[in-house]
Design a protein around this ligand. Sequence first.
Ligand code: ADP
Length: 479
Amino acid sequence: MDRAARRPALSALRDRLHIPSDVPLATVPVTVAGQALVLAAVYVLSTSGIDVSLVVGSVALLGAALLAEAFPVPIEGVAAGRTSLASIFIVGTGVIYGWPAASIVGSLTMALVETAHRRPPRKVLFNTGLYALAAGAAGAVAAPIEGQGLGALVLAAAAASTAFYLVDITLLSAVLAEATSQPFLRVYARSTYSTAAPFMIMASLAAILVVLWDQSPFISVALTAPLVAIALYERRVHSALQRLRELDRLKNEFIAIVSHELRTPIASVYGAAMTLQQRELEPGHRNALLSVVFSESARLARLVDQVVWASRFEAGHARLKLEECEPAPLVEQVIEAARLHLPAALSIELEPVTAVPKVLADPERVRQVLVNLLDNAVKFSPDGGRINVAVEASNGSVRFAVADQGIGIPPDEQARIFEKFHRLDPHLTRGVGGTGLGLFICQELVHEMEGRIWVQPGAHRGSTFVFELPAARPSTDRT
Ligand code: ADP
């Protein structure tokens, strides 16, 4: 049957089994076969009499597998993320105690860790089934390799690791290929390529475990401490590396954004200054050019100021002078200054202020935050409208709010806009520039003053930025 003909048949099957459309059909046989294998394993073990050493050994290996699955180790260069070393112990169980013990240890490891991670039951069942099948294959492949010599043990461990890996990667690739509608072979080749290194590491560690276990299970247990230490060390090194990469990315982004933001005002100032110098101009034209020089230099100064503040926070050198100050006059001054260069279609209103206590804050920095929020409200209200500013007492704090009727911020972006360099429109399709540093600096300043800042959707449209600062004294002392 070709692909097109297969589709209606598959979707009929999906309907009959009540499988949601986002769940790959390939997960069904894996889940069913895996659970069936576990039942068969329980049956085989329960009918063959209790072997204490098998039970104790399997429980010890299950414990190690659980630890390894719960704390996966990042291996540098492996794109798949962190690698679980649990397969070493599951494969070990297969070689030492056979396929029934291995399937049970494999499925229990996955079931306990996935349930603890609160994965949906469907995923828990699939992953449990997958591990049970891979573990069963490992045990079954190792069984016919006879002998207690070093060579036989290493061979059995290598064969078992390979079987575990092949079953795991093949079934996972089948599910992934279906979920992403890609050819199976392409997904299979990519998965094999990206997991070959961890597989080799795991296969050698499984061989070491089996050989040591054969000498004495206690020696294997003694190996746990250094293994855990190496795993923890590896995790720390990897997260330090991630931080360095993130810093490097931020540095590149910083250079790109700042140089882009510098270019436009410098070009405007340069052009205006050249024209002023070279030509006799009408007073009107001259004043227009002078105002370009003025506003673009102000933009440059703002940019440099943002960079300076961002680097102060980075270096932990931001020093604020906290004092008791009246919030209402601060807000009024900022609004007055903003009204001087307000586009005609916009207005700024201050809501009536009643009984607001003094705040314990650095007045210059409160002004800086308000200026930034008002600047944004103006910048992101391209169709004009009203900007409402409010200041009020709120549970031992003073709450400042700047509400606009502009373009608004989607709910899933409301936390991210306070991140460094985060802009909703980095490609400037709306023609509004900016470094994405403004709100980051506002947030840091407010935090330095022991306050908090957030954004919420506007009453009808637009957005409302709110920040709270601690009142200077208990709320009995009100003005
Ligand atoms: P910038 O300093 O470049 O203005 P900010 O850190 O102040 O950057 O803001 C980050 C992003 O948050 C802006 O690029 C914009 O996408 C969004 N934003 C900020 N304020 C508003 C607002 N009042 N309305 C809509 N979007 C806003």
